[in-house]
Design a protein around this ligand. Structure first.
Ligand SMILES: NC(=O)c1ccc[n+]([C@@H]2O[C@H](COP(=O)([O-])OP(=O)(O)OC[C@H]3O[C@@H](n4cnc5c(N)ncnc54)[C@H](OP(=O)(O)O)[C@@H]3O)[C@@H](O)[C@H]2O)c1
Length: 267
């Protein structure tokens, strides 16, 4: 290193130290942001979120963009996703049940490395008894909640391999837990998310050796169109919690099932 460069680096280090000593610290109520989550000033990270036009997906887009990430948000109808447009660098069309839509997304992103994929898009048919089963609704739940994330992950794997973080987060539900299912009901929803959990375990086993961390996350019972107005959790709090969990992921977490507050769930 030449002496000019050495002095300039020493100067910067001293300035940074002085800044630390006189910094008043975060303002009251401000969120402390550390590590991989704070992409401002560091390498910009890229997250792709499915179903990002409303609910939990939209809030992921809002919070990641506020934290300085490059957000790619997908919507079935981008022309009506005005709110997402405010936070996302790109709003892309995606219906996870449509193979040509998934292929187009992967092709349009050919040159784009993705650090974090959040398979968030999901539906919850409400069928409580066998007598109430509607097989079209049942199959649609499997198509959106299980086959959809498998298809999207398969198509975007080259983009994720090109990323630095190599994280895949599949949004599940506590209702997918076989161990916890004492009450039944939620036909179609429980099974489709339990299959997503199993897919995630297989992904974790296959991709873990390549440095990937693949998990399923339960967002809590959240006030969205899906969760309903009686849900106790605000969407901002759920997503803040899930971002914290994602930010703290270590290799030992690969293949785990966690809640938005970081607790391990029984499979
Ligand atoms: N809210 C809760 O209490 C709760 C609890 C546990 C788990 N979850 C899970 O969290 C995730 C997000 O739920 P949410 O509460 O935010 O639900 P939401 O408000 O109903 O939003 C669902 C999102 O998924 C999209 N979507 C539905 N079908 C799709 C398809 N075929 N292709 C692409 N996108 C599709 C929707 O797009 P459109 O606007 O085009 O329909 C919308 O953007 C889901 O996986 C859900 O199972 C939610």
């Amino acid at each position: 290193m030449n002496s000019q460069l050495l002095y300039s680096r020493l100067g910067s280090a001293l300035l940074a130290l002085a800044g630390l000593l006189i910094s008043p610290g975060p303002a009251a109520g401000a969120q402390a942001r550390t590590g991989a989550d704070d992409a401002v000033g560091a390498d910009k990270r890229t997250v792709l979120i499915t179903g990002a036009n409303r609910g939990i997906g939209l809030e992921f887009a809002r919070q990641y963009s506020e934290a300085g990430w490059t957000v790619i948000g997908t919507a079935r109808h981008p022309e009506t996703a005005a709110e997402l447009d405010q936070f996302a660098a790109k709003v892309m069309q995606l219906d996870v049940t449509d193979p040509s839509s998934v292929d187009r997304l992967a092709q349009d992103l050919t040159e784009t490395a993705i650090d974090l994929l959040i398979n968030n898009a999901g539906i919850q048919p409400l069928m409580w008894t066998l007598a109430e089963l509607d097989f079209d609704a049942y199959e649609q739940a499997l198509a959106v909640n299980t086959v959809g994330p498998v298809r999207v992950t398969h198509a975007l794997l080259p983009h994720l391999r090109a990323g630095k973080l190599r994280r895949i987060v599949n949004i599940t539900t506590n209702l997918s837990s076989i161990a916890d299912n004492k009450d039944g009901g939620f036909y179609g929803y429980r099974e489709s998310k339990a299959a997503l959990n199993m897919f995630t375990r297989s992904l974790a086993a296959e991709l873990g050796p390549d440095g990937f961390i693949c998990i399923v996350l339960h967002p809590g019972w959240v006030k969205t169109d899906l969760g309903g107005p009686q849900a106790p959790l605000q969407v901002a709090e759920s997503v803040r919690g899930m971002r914290g969990v994602i930010d703290r992921l270590a290799p030992a977490d690969n293949g785990t099932f966690r809640t938005y507050s970081g607790e391990q769930m029984a499979w």
